[in-house]
Write a protein of this length. Structure first.
Length: 255
C-alpha cells in the first residue's frame, strides 16, 4: 500500500498526521510525503519524525514547489509503487487500525476497486460532524447527497490507471472532481467504520466555491447546473430568495 501526504507549511500538524500513519501496525506501507517547498520548518519536523517510523515502512520526503495539493498528489501517485493507494493531508489523521480494515476489505472483496469510510470533522479541537456515512454513487455525489472524504478513501492502482491523475486546472476541489470521475467508471464501496479525521481549513471564497461547483457540474453532467447544485450555490451566495422559484421549476419537471 502507498500513502501520500501533500504538505505545504504544515509545521503545526504534520507530526500528528505522520504518527497516525506509523500507528497502523506492522503493515508493508510505502509512505510518501510531498512537501511544496515549505518555509515554516516543516521539512525539519518531517525528517525528525521519520526516525520514528516502523522498520517495515518505506518512507520518503520529496520537496519542491507546487501550485496545489492536486499537483502534490499527482507527483506522489507517479512515484508510488503500491497496489492500493490512499492520500491524507498534513492536517488530517487516521484512526487506529484504519489501514488494517481497508486491507482486510480488499482481500475479502477482490471484485472491489474503490472503498471509503466515514470521516470525523474537527474544528478548533472540537468534533463538529461526520461525513461518509452514506452509500455513494455518481448521482448521489453530484447531488450532494453523499460525500467521500479524501483521507477515508482507498483504491486499487487499476482505478488510477483508468481514471488518470487529478485535474490540476482546478486550483481547489480537484479531489471532488476525481471522485466523480471514479464513480462514473467504478462501483464505490463503503465501510461502516470511521477511518480518518479531517480538520477543515478551507480557503475557498463563496464565489470560488460557487464557480467550482458550476464548472464540475458542466464537466460531468453536460449541463451547466442542476437544481441541487443551484440550491447550494444560492445559499452560499446568500440568494436564498430564488430557491422557491427553482423548486417550482423542478416540480414542473425541470432538473
Amino acid at each position: 500500500m502507498s500513502i501520500i501526504t501533500p504538505v505545504k507549511n504544515g509545521a503545526e500538524t504534520i507530526e500528528r498526521c505522520m504518527e497516525s500513519v506509523f500507528r497502523q501496525g506492522n503493515r508493508d506501507i510505502e509512505y510518501l510525503i510531498m512537501d511544496g517547498a515549505s518555509t515554516d520548518g516543516t521539512q525539519g519536523i518531517v525528517q525528525k519524525a521519520m526516525s520514528k517510523s516502523p522498520i517495515s515502512m518505506h518512507i520518503a520526503l520529496y520537496s519542491e514547489p507546487d501550485e496545489s495539493a492536486g499537483e502534490a498528489w499527482n507527483k506522489g501517485l507517479m512515484k508510488s509503487s503500491g497496489q492500493i493507494l490512499g492520500a491524507i493531508n498534513s492536517d488530517d489523521w487516521y484512526e487506529d487500525r484504519a489501514i488494517e480494515k481497508v486491507v482486510e476489505f480488499f482481500e475479502g472483496n477482490p471484485q472491489a476497486d474503490f472503498v471509503f469510510g466515514a470521516c470525523n470533522l474537527w474544528k478548533k479541537g472540537r468534533l463538529v460532524g461526520r461525513i461518509g456515512e452514506k452509500d455513494a454513487d455518481l448521482a448521489l455525489i453530484m447531488r450532494g447527497k453523499a460525500e467521500v472524504a479524501t483521507p477515508s478513501a482507498f483504491y486499487r492502482r487499476k482505478v488510477l490507471e483508468a481514471v488518470g491523475l487529478f485535474d490540476t486546472s482546478y486550483k481547489i476541489g480537484s479531489d471532488w472532481d476525481w471522485w466523480l470521475r471514479v464513480a462514473n467508471q467504478f462501483r464505490v464501496y463503503r465501510l461502516p467504520d470511521v477511518l480518518a479525521n479531517h480538520n477543515p481549513s478551507s480557503v475557498w471564497t463563496d464565489k470560488e466555491a460557487a464557480r467550482f461547483m458550476a464548472l464540475v457540474q458542466l464537466k460531468h453532467s453536460g449541463s451547466l447546473i442542476s437544481v441541487w447544485t443551484a440550491l447550494w450555490i444560492l445559499r452560499t451566495l446568500r440568494l436564498s430568495w430564488l430557491i422557491p422559484i427553482l423548486r417550482w421549476i423542478y416540480l414542473r419537471g425541470g432538473s
